[in-house]
Design a protein around this ligand. Sequence first.
Ligand SMILES: Cc1cc2nc3c(=O)[nH]c(=O)nc-3n(C[C@H](O)[C@H](O)[C@H](O)COP(=O)(O)OP(=O)(O)OC[C@H]3O[C@@H](n4cnc5c(N)ncnc54)[C@H](O)[C@@H]3O)c2cc1C
Length: 332
Amino acid sequence: MAGENGILIVAETGADGSLGSITNELMSAAQGLSADLGEPISAALIGSGVGDRAQDIIDLGADTVYLVDGEQFANYLNETYTPAVIAIAQQANPRIILIGHTPNGRDLGPYLAVRLQTGIASDTSGLSIEGGQLQAARSVAGGLFRQVVSFPKMPAIATVHMKAYDGAEPQSGRSGNVVNVDVGLDASSVRSRFVKHEDAQVEGIRMEDATIVVTGGRGMGDEAGFNELYKLQALLPQSAVGATRAATDSGFCEQDLMIGITGRVVSPDVYFAIALSGASQHMAGCSGSKNIVAINRDPEANIFSESRFGVVGDYKQVLPALIEEVEKLMQG
Ligand SMILES: Cc1cc2nc3c(=O)[nH]c(=O)nc-3n(C[C@H](O)[C@H](O)[C@H](O)COP(=O)(O)OP(=O)(O)OC[C@H]3O[C@@H](n4cnc5c(N)ncnc54)[C@H](O)[C@@H]3O)c2cc1C
């Protein structure tokens, strides 16, 4: 198709119908590209009863929202969302399609690329325009290399790493268009069925939402050593505890606490990296943190090259002293 124009983002809504934070992040990425290209931003909004969210997306910077609203789109299914985005892409005819690198986006992106017979860059964290076309940077080999890809065909599709961009700030009352799109999907042809959505049981705040993350590595020694981290975390508001793979594999804590390329991705304001070396596979999950504070007894540990602040020392001495100081500060 010729005449491709603009950036289309695929919005995501949560189980409660609110916009997922990835939508704000995609919008922020799209704004940079839109400014460079001088082309508009549109959004695909798909779901059931989600029409009210269209203005929220316009407030975030979309010029047009393409709305697919129907019961059969109430929950993500590859079989229903792929044709929905294709129907939208046929109307919007975008130069670029941005999708969150979320569980749904990871599933949707490759199908979309095959069906649109175009290329896709997966898990990208830096998007730019070169010669009028998209260039997408992604980390490969566990963060050891950065790969930059361009796209000979349009639309160029990229899934975007969660937290790679700060979310766009809404501007209340922006104006934009809402276009209803009929997917023309034959419900009897859908062979999969959504069964249920179960929220993970979380005590306290979700790690991804924490503004402070206290993470321990293999150097914590054992489960009792690891549990010392909770003493610091308990003093800090909006905080959570994380772990390296070496710590979870050693049985110091639940597997679910693992941060990294095969674990969770966080980007808090402060990331305490305690008794961990700073392996690239771990850093892939926390390098978006605004301030990394390292405690390690090895002055050559890689984590010091990634940190804003660092203490060389045994955590068994440094952590109690830090807890004492934080206690004093919190008492006022
Ligand atoms: C395909 C693949 C995927 C992976 N995915 C992940 C992932 O998602 N997340 C992840 O974390 N890892 C991942 N890994 C593993 C990763 O490569 C590292 O092995 C791991 O992150 C190391 O964990 P660590 O820093 O806790 O342990 P180590 O590398 O052993 O570091 C321990 C550190 O603790 C310090 N130390 C020891 N005792 C003390 C003390 N008393 N006080 C202060 N400092 C002390 C040491 O100086 C050392 O720097 C992956 C590996 C592969 C191959």
